[in-house]
Design a protein around this ligand. Sequence first.
Ligand code: AMP
Ligand code: ZN
Length: 484
Amino acid sequence: MWTPDYTAARRGGHAAGLDSIVILIQTMEILFHNTLTRRKELFVPQNAARVTMYVCGPTVYNFAHIGNARPAVVFDVLARLLRLSYPLVYARNITDVDDKINAAARERGEPIGVITRRYTAAYHEDMQALGVLPPDIEPRVTDHIDDIISMIERLLAAGHAYGAEGHVLFHVASFPEYGQLSGRDPEELLAGARVEVAPYKRDPGDFVLWKPSDDTTVGWDSPWGRGRPGWHIECSSMIERHLGETIDIHGGGQDLIFPHHENEIAQGTCAHGGRAYCRYWLHNGFLNVDAEKMSKSLGNVLLVRELLTEAPGEVIRLALLSARYREPLDWNDALLADSRRKLDRLYGALRGVTPGEAPPAPPPEVVAALCDDLNTPKALAALFGLVRQLNTAVAVDERARLAAELRAGAALLGVGQQDPEVWFAGADSDGGPSEQEIERRLAERTAARQRRDFAAADRIRDELAAAGVNIEDGPEGTRWRRTG
Ligand code: AMP
Ligand code: ZN
């Protein structure tokens, strides 16, 4: 449990702000549910002067959907929490080599680099809109081909991999601990399911480290001919390069436990003479839409950028934090409306209060909730406890102190940092269109007028009026104001 040491903080005083925070957090105990041990464990970093965390990032051939945003937001909160106590190095990669990217490039007749650059930029925009801070390092696979080749060479030399028909495969039978993360039985994996097995594999469970590329497919020269890396080796190599042989925390969605993370462990451990690959594995649960799995065939894939036209990024972020990260999260309109109301309450309480000096640490009850395996619903409940206190407090200095605490607690979750007046100018509590949405509709109207489609322009004006937004055309352009 986290107990703030206020005496130490006071001793440090405000002039030594940073020092006092370091003193404070030495007593912070973080518990994680570790997928590897299937237990909640006390987090003990291998080196408290450099905590390392890696999260599998996006494969950049499409816009991010709301499910992709869940790990980014969840592990952003974890990074914020860890930074209270430790110097953290957080890496989240960009997968810019992948057969899905190659297929998209073929289908759309565009060069791979054009596709990966476009969707990397789009990912950055979307994550920024959701208040996700950039990781310390964002490695791209294309910058690490040499590292990948080097790791594969070491795996071959140590007898954990073999070459066959231009491929290099990891030999699962060479690593007895295989299956430890996913709890799968290696015997079963070795015996192989009834799926068709590539003829060049010794055992059905063996997985690709390197594969050959034909003339029309992207590839790099290697000791095994021109080819490209398999997916799993990419993450292991980037981790080795940037974070070291053994990392503290590895995160990602539950779908990645097998085979991706199981294979990462096999590669990393075997390339490093049996040393542990990662000490704490954290996996977020899946996000479903209206109780159904998000899928292209159901047509219910919600893109972050589409949602951003319906609600401010902060509302979406709060909705993503409304459930515990390991639990499934059901996404629906009610959730979004509820998150919007919550932020209205939070900013409503802050309205008209000049926050006092920032406290030496975020409110203990918010921190304690997050220290308990990142219990974000409990942290939010603690935050709204402060909102209630602020709403009933009368004395000016008491209100200033509570407002500062509320701000500090909200910052840990990455919400509540706007000027309340800006919030209320942008987000209408009755569910009216956001400022962003209004601007988007106005841009559409301008475009319609430019192409002399006045019917379309008038329709947009009428729709906005129906939503409580009046627009006026003047010499300096179009202005709008809310009517209701
Ligand atoms: P991808 O770009 O497909 O490699 O996925 C990026 C991240 O999003 C991975 O950590 C996935 O586990 C995660 N992810 C994908 N779909 C969902 C979903 N519906 N709910 C939660 N996480 C997801
Ligand atoms: Zn990965």
